[in-house]
Ligand binder design. Structure first.
Ligand SMILES: [Fe+2]
Ligand SMILES: [Fe+2]
Length: 206
């Protein structure tokens, strides 16, 4: 295991399952808010998996681990990504927060032993999504946005929830369109842009 990852588990004892280990690991590293958010995302992932007849276990696993890289402070994420040999896009160097999705996938694989490529991929793109996503990637992305972790009701939530009556993809489009139009994206990540343009071509005139 890479020394950077090794240092994260020093002094931590793992139990039997993610339901216990993930909150314990996040709390061990002083991230109780992420632990609470993660629980909400898991709940949303369970609901979406049931609603759209997707694999609940995969959705739960990806949701439990999607923000596990919260244990690495934002100011260290660029350096850690370099040490781990991750591909770092220009936009990620500009806004290292975006690297948390890729680092979470590495921690999920190396520390939590997740081997299923589809689960790791869903963790790796949970913030930005990417073009041509799998149903599991859309599920984790949507669950993360539906589990709003700030005060009040997010502006996109009512429309996103009604879009779920049509499809998971339609709900994903509502969020991507909101983010794009709101100007809240601090950088334009190419995966997010690709996803936005792909969905726009499909949904804009519907
Ligand atoms: Fe995240
Ligand atoms: Fe999240």
């Amino acid at each position: 295991m890479h020394p950077v990852l090794e240092s994260l588990i020093t002094g931590f004892s793992f139990g039997e399952n993610l339901k216990e280990d993930v909150p314990a690991f996040l709390n061990f590293h002083g991230c109780p808010n992420t632990a609470a958010h993660t629980r909400s995302v898991v709940e949303q992932a369970q609901l979406l998996a049931a609603r759209f007849e997707l694999d609940t276990a995969s959705g739960e696993t990806a949701a439990w681990l999607h923000d596990i890289s919260a244990v690495i402070p934002n100011e260290e994420r660029l350096d850690v990504s370099q040490q781990l040999g991750l591909e770092i896009l220009l936009q990620e160097a500009q806004l290292p927060l975006l690297l948390h999705q890729k680092i979470s996938a590495v921690i999920a694989e190396e520390i939590f032993g997740i081997r299923a490529a589809g689960i790791l991929d869903a963790i790796r793109c949970h913030t930005t999504l990417k073009p041509n996503p799998t149903p599991l990637e859309m599920l984790v992305f949507a669950a993360d946005k539906l589990a709003w972790d700030q005060k009040g009701i997010p502006p996109y939530l009512p429309e996103m929830e009604s879009a779920l009556d049509h499809s998971l993809e339609a709900a994903v489009w509502i969020y991507q369109r909101y983010l794009w139009n709101s100007g809240k994206a601090k950088v334009i990540h190419p995966w997010m842009q690709g996803s936005y343009l792909e969905l726009k071509a499909k949904y804009e005139f519907m």
